[in-house]
Design a protein around this ligand. Structure first.
Ligand code: C5P
Length: 239
């Protein structure tokens, strides 16, 4: 059975390789997967991926949220497929062709996750983007539409808020991976930030989430290792 810590994805949202390596040292063994995003990948390139793998068995999630014409996405995905990472991401909002190109480029060597609607997006943002008003009053409709496009294109799963996990699992089955960001633990206080549709670790797991992306609650804690352990304990209560 998957251990509680294996549900935790820690995003290495730092700008230097040096800082990233410090977090890898501190948190290896206490979380399930390190996520490398745009900030770090732009500054350090694939070296951080090699470093994480050299440090043990922790898997890597390369979160580049691709969004471009299908040919460019296909070629970028071919390069990602050679890096030996577990998961990577592509935006779902553009076209099914882009999603299909991402899956084709991955050559089955990396799990492609479709980003449905960012957890920082509010109903006002949906209206301002010119999307249908019913998507603003019920964002889960938009998430489901995009998750369907991802599944039809052959993606391994999606990224969505903790609110839509249950619906997605019910419609697409257990094997369709769901990754949930916007997680705010019930223990400890945090000041408000850019995340809008947040859930607690326990809530997201109870809804069926496979992985929780938890950044600032761990990174900004006085003791990040203790924070990760505390969150794993919260997860354990609902497994
Ligand atoms: O927990 P915290 O808010 O700090 O997590 C931020 C991380 O979550 C960033 O790495 C960001 O890329 C990721 N994220 C995501 N999808 C979203 C929202 C945030 O992958 N919808």
């Amino acid at each position: 059975m998957k251990a509680a810590k294996d549900y935790i994805v820690f995003p290495l949202d730092v700008s230097s390789l040096k800082e990233a390596k410090q977090f890898v040292k501190l948190l290896s063994g206490h979380i399930g997967m390190f996520k490398v995003g745009l900030e770090l990948f732009i500054s350090s390139g694939p070296e951080i991926i090699r470093h994480i793998k050299d440090c043990g068995s922790t898997r890597v999630f390369l979160d580049l949220k691709l969004h471009d014409i299908p040919e460019t996405v296909f070629r970028a995905m071919e390069s990602i497929a050679n890096l030996g990472v577990a998961f990577t991401t592509v935006h779902c909002g553009e076209s099914k062709e882009m999603l299909k190109a991402a899956v084709a480029g991955s050559k089955g060597q990396v799990g492609v996750l479709g980003v449905t609607v960012l957890t920082s997006v509010s109903d006002k943002d949906i209206l301002a983007a010119g999307l249908r008003p019913e998507f603003a009053s019920d964002m889960s409709m938009l998430v489901m539409q995009r998750a369907t496009a991802a599944r039809d294109a052959g993606c391994s799963g999606v990224v969505c808020s903790g609110f839509e996990v249950g619906m997605i699992k019910e419609k697409f089955g257990k094997e369709f991976t769901v990754v949930t960001p916007g997680i705010r633990p019930s223990v400890g206080s945090m000041k408000e930030d850019d995340q809008k549709r947040t859930t607690t670790p326990a809530h997201a797991i109870q809804n069926g989430s496979d992985y929780l992306v938890i950044g600032r609650p761990i990174r900004n804690a006085k003791n990040p290792q203790e924070a990760a352990i505390r969150i794993a304990k919260e997860i354990e209560t609902v497994l």
